[in-house]
Design a protein around this ligand. Structure first.
Ligand SMILES: [Zn+2]
Length: 392
């Protein structure tokens, strides 16, 4: 009977034999945490190969169920999985292949509300979605977290793959405008194409986890299945892109997401805020979505939704500077309260916002405990404003 350790050595033997990988490389893979967003045609080979290669922890994120029309390209699933959540089916099939790795299951779609929570804690993200909106969310959040993401995309017979890493061009450098891109559902896709692009993505992930720089940083690799032309184009870094705001982070030690996650957050109670609300150097920052902001907010609050907050340090500073012009005080207060109080509905989203602000170098930021709802419970409409009826 072989020991578990011996079995694992045997399991990875064909790759640890490669001098470029070796036992040390295998240890690095086993210690890595990778999030796969989207378990469709791209996510299937990515998750399968990363699990087989022994990436220690895989996050699986998708809100969909397995359908019959998925099976021609989503090779992770079988007929028996029809109607099952993709995350559950993927987890079962992946663990059947490698029961030694850890899985983190997230049966939901990525959104501006949950993107930070979902991505934080991972070393790297693989974008296997077919949604441009999700790509911008992943791009912006990875910039804020200081982690790379591996991009893959499909269109009819053509695929693309790239690596967007701190310090290099980002996805917005490549595609700055919010263009409309058709999905596989709308245009159709040959089943082998996501297999090819997904394998390229998995390769880039392994290179990054092994501490090598990927040849796909700053480069878009194209795969054309009709002509068999595989070619690259350089992605120039745009001078005015939001990724420039994160350059300082990138040049120093990259900010590990686990670092951001454990970053302590100072908070303030609604009672304390009530005492200090009239201080002239106080900025109230509302990080909820526009509809929530319009319904009920603090008077003179600055609005910057969490979904956009992760985008840019410069936009944060601009927004705060604009608000401070209105209530400029010559002598800075010696108050213990930070100059920026961040709030949301109940105080959860705002914790994430405070961490992003702190990581972006904004000082004196505190979180409002319990959010605006807690304030409303204690002080009703006092100090609040609305675009609609009077608040009572
Ligand atoms: Zn950029």
């Amino acid at each position: 009977m072989k020991s578990n350790e011996a079995l694992d050595l045997e399991r990875y033997l064909r790759q640890t034999t490669l001098p470029e990988l070796g036992i040390e490389g295998q240890a690095a893979l086993l210690a890595s945490k990778v999030l796969v967003v989207g378990l469709g045609g791209l996510g299937a080979p990515v998750a399968t190969y990363l699990a087989a290669a022994g990436v220690g922890e895989l996050g699986l994120c998708d809100g969909d169920k397995v359908e019959l029309s998925n099976l021609h390209r989503q090779v992770l699933f079988n007929e028996a999985d029809l109607g099952t959540s993709k995350v559950d089916a993927a987890a079962t099939n992946i663990l059947a292949k490698n029961s030694k790795i850890k899985l983190k299951k997230e049966s939901r779609f990525l959104s501006s509300e949950n993107v930070f929570e979902l991505l934080a804690g991972f070393d790297l993200v693989v974008d296997c979605t077919d949604s441009l909106e999700a790509r911008y969310l992943i791009n912006d959040t990875c910039l804020a977290l200081g982690i790379p993401f591996v991009y893959g995309a499909l269109h009819k017979f053509q695929g693309q793959c790239s690596v967007f890493a701190p310090g290099g061009p980002c996805f917005r450098c490549y595609m700055p405008a919010f263009a409309s891109v058709p999905t596989c559902q709308m245009t159709g896709v040959l089943g082998v194409l996501p297999g090819l692009v997904g394998c390229a993505q998995a390769t880039a992930v392994l290179q990054l986890l092994l501490g090598r720089s990927s040849p796909l940083v700053g480069v878009m690799q194209f795969f054309d299945l009709l002509t068999f032309d595989f070619y690259k184009i350089a992605i120039p870094r745009q001078a005015d892109c939001i990724c420039r705001a994160f350059d300082n982070d990138a040049k120093s030690v990259p900010l590990k997401s686990s670092h951001l996650e454990s970053m302590p957050v100072r908070s303030i109670s609604v009672q304390k805020l009530h005492e200090q609300l009239q201080k002239p150097d106080l900025t109230l920052l509302d990080v909820r979505e526009l509809a929530e902001f319009r319904t009920m907010r603090f008077k003179n609050a600055v609005h910057l939704p969490l979904s956009q907050l992760s985008i840019s340090k410069s936009s944060i500073e601009t927004a705060l500077a604009l608000s401070n012009q209105e209530s400029k005080s010559e002598s800075k207060s010696e108050s213990k309260l930070g100059s920026v109080v961040v709030y949301c509905r109940s105080g959860q989203r705002s914790i994430q916002a405070v961490r992003i602000l702190q990581a972006s170098g904004v000082e004196n930021v505190v979180n409002l405990d319990g959010g605006i709802m807690e304030w409303h419970r204690s002080f009703q409409g006092e100090g609040l404003d609305s675009d609609f009826d009077a608040i009572d």
